[in-house]
Design a protein around this ligand. Structure first.
Ligand SMILES: *[C@@H]1O[C@H](CO)[C@@H](O)[C@H](O)[C@H]1NC(C)=O
Ligand SMILES: *[C@@H]1O[C@H](CO)[C@@H](O)[C@H](O)[C@H]1NC(C)=O
Ligand SMILES: *[C@@H]1O[C@H](CO)[C@@H](O)[C@H](O)[C@H]1NC(C)=O
Ligand SMILES: *[C@@H]1O[C@H](CO)[C@@H](O)[C@H](O)[C@H]1NC(C)=O
Ligand SMILES: *[C@@H]1O[C@H](CO)[C@@H](O)[C@H](O)[C@H]1NC(C)=O
Ligand SMILES: *[C@@H]1O[C@H](CO)[C@@H](O)[C@H](O)[C@H]1NC(C)=O
Ligand SMILES: *[C@@H]1O[C@H](CO)[C@@H](O)[C@H](O)[C@H]1NC(C)=O
Length: 403
């Protein structure tokens, strides 16, 4: 009996060791943003108890005024500060302690306005996408967690058709499945910029970009292949556009010349984010993610409250207006099939992420200051009810699972 109890306690202990790191911009009037650590209580076998709960563990303020993007690698968390209140932005390295608290170990100044990063060349270097600074910058990674500046590309493109396109706004950086190339959607320039990685030096050389439709505003992208590992002959790129609110799918073509392999892209499909429902006025697409089992593509829609959900405050009977997530099924020929829409739990789901099993989705609603954790059916891709919520988080920008 005692042994059984001990075993249960051990199992419960091991399965409930799920932490979430949530970044938020500085509150109005404050000078520092936050990275908050939460513990998500899960039941045996990774099943979520009917009322799962988020417990606050710690708060860190070592990522400047505007933490915009997080990445976890081993026991290190990288945090980008968009630099709203300082002359320069920064890339910050923090150690994750056993209790979920964070300790700053290195910080490097960068060009203004970085909003995403991507490690490349076997983690020898990292690339940053600068929205505010209209640029791409790269850094060499040092063993002690610090970074040494490598390259900067600053874009002086003419203004585009939309007011949001007054300058280049590089919004994301993604590595291709062969790890030879990086792509950077540029919302301001209506381009997806493409760079080739030199494995000897980590230097990037420019390739021909993808020209997106005028006024479409490419924001984020994912590579996808029906094959695991991805095959060069069946690799696709899905780009989500913030201004035209659609996803464009491309076949990726790998060509190799004399020591100069290169990428080209064949456009396959443009698909809206609302299925057969009319696109609501004001909607602004944000994130795009591949499910862990590779069977679904999920995106988010801001500024269009087509749903309402139960108030995260159990004492408040008034429903909360909610923006949405869209689920697609990718077909082996690289086109997407609309599956359905589901609530995000609040306003402006700028970011969301799935746990390793893919049966939970955490959504950050930037304008509601909330995070909603929804159950997700891995077979059908359907996103179900909320199992845990947290409010009072300020402008949430990013959420990472630490399992
Ligand atoms: C700091 O910002 C200035 C002005 O944008 C820029 O010229 C400089 O390169 C930045 N410094 C670093 C280390 O990125
Ligand atoms: C970390 O390593 C880099 C490169 O070797 C070096 O320049 C820097 O001084 C080191 N930082 C610390 C805090 O040891
Ligand atoms: C390699 O090919 C790409 C795409 O055709 C081209 O843009 C680039 O200039 C070439 N680089 C070299 C070094 O030949
Ligand atoms: C969207 O805006 C247009 C133009 O302002 C208006 O005619 C239309 O009724 C609006 N549609 C909805 C669903 O609100
Ligand atoms: C949100 O949508 C409304 C129309 O419903 C529009 O007037 C407003 O500009 C939109 N906001 C953003 C940030 O796009
Ligand atoms: C209840 O929730 C609604 C919707 O979020 C909000 O507008 C209202 O202020 C809340 N009421 C109380 C008493 O907190
Ligand atoms: C992809 O496959 C689907 C389902 O078989 C088909 O309906 C669609 O026309 C195909 N599209 C392309 C571009 O081949």
């Amino acid at each position: 009996m005692a042994i059984q109890t001990l075993l249960l306690a051990l199992l419960a202990g091991s399965t409930s060791a799920v932490k979430l790191y949530i970044s938020s911009y500085a509150d109005e009037g404050a000078t520092l943003g936050k990275i908050r650590t939460f513990d998500l209580a899960l039941g045996l076998g990774g099943r979520v108890r009917p009322a799962a709960s988020l417990k606050a563990l710690s708060e860190n303020q070592n990522c400047g005024s505007a933490p915009s993007w997080l990445e976890i690698s081993g026991r290190t968390l990288y945090c980008i500060d968009e630099g709203f209140q300082t002359p320069n932005a920064s890339l910050n390295t923090l150690t994750i302690n056993g209790d979920g608290s964070l300790k700053s170990v290195a910080k490097v100044d960068t060009i203004q306005g970085p909003v995403a990063n991507q490690f490349y060349n076997k983690k020898a270097a990292v690339a940053l996408a600068h929205y505010g600074g209209s640029a791409i910058s790269t850094f060499k990674t040092n063993e002690n967690g610090s970074f040494t500046p490598l390259q900067q590309f600053v874009f002086n493109t003419p203004p585009g058709p939309r007011p949001e396109q007054e300058a280049s706004h590089v919004h994301h950086t993604v590595i291709d499945p062969t790890s030879e190339f990086l792509v950077f959607p540029d919302l301001g320039a209506d381009l997806v910029r493409v760079y080739k990685i030199d494995p000897a030096t980590s230097l990037l050389t420019v390739q021909d970009p993808i020209k997106a439709a005028a006024a479409s505003g490419p924001r984020h992208a994912v590579f996808w292949s029906p094959d695991k590992p991805a095959k060069k002959e069946s690799t696709f790129l899905f780009v989500i556009h913030e201004l035209s609110n659609n996803i464009v799918t491309y076949k990726v073509n790998y060509a190799s010349g004399y020591g100069n392999s290169s990428l080209s892209f064949t456009k396959l499909q443009t698909i809206g984010l609302y299925g057969t429902t009319a696109q609501p006025n004001g909607t602004r697409a944000a994130e795009i993610v591949v499910s862990p089992d590779n069977k679904f593509i999920i995106s988010s829609n801001r500024n269009a409250t087509i749903f309402s959900v139960a108030n995260p405050d159990p004492k408040n009977a008034t429903k909360v207006p909610s923006d949405s997530l869209t689920t697609f099924q990718p077909l082996s020929n690289g086109t997407l099939k609309f599956v359905g829409l589901s609530p995000s739990g609040g306003s402006f789901p700028r970011f969301f992420s799935l746990n390793k099993l893919g049966n939970l989705v955490s959504v950050g609603n930037q304008n509601s200051g909330s995070v909603f954790i929804f159950r997700r059916d891995v077979e059908t891709g359907k996103i179900g009810e909320a199992v845990a919520t947290q409010t009072g988080l300020g402008q949430v920008t990013n959420i990472r699972w630490d399992e």
